[in-house]
Design a protein around this ligand. Sequence first.
Ligand code: ZN
Length: 155
Amino acid sequence: MTEKNFVTKIQIYSYNELNDEDKNLVDKAKEATKASYAPYSNFHVGAALLLDNGVTIIGANQENAAFAGTCGERSACYNAGANYPGVPIKKIAITSFTRGNFVEPPTAPCGVCRQALLEFETQAGKPMEVILVGRDKIYKLESIKSLLPLAFSEF
Ligand SMILES: [Zn+2]
């Protein structure tokens, strides 16, 4: 028998500890929650991507009565893929807003979004930094890969 362990390193920051680039992305993710269409869940997700070319793209969850909506993270990365094909995503900030507050602790992407984002990261050939934004705390991770060990693409 052998054993394999996976480690996910999370660095926890306050907003004021972030550099200007990260603060800007956090602000845009929070602003993006206002573009969410979530009449069924009342859970408004905002995402902001910083591309390697300096462009920022936002996304927000979009629901419908058939419950076949799209998460904020995929809304953003598919927008990037369609409008800036081949341009790596340097980092992504994600936040959630419900019942009058940003969610604390920060929420992490769902499994489907992790898979989608991992494929963008894999295509880019370099890590996509992840910034999970809560009401008070901000979690930073080095890559999407760290959120999805044993990813589907590895089989
Ligand atoms: Zn998702």
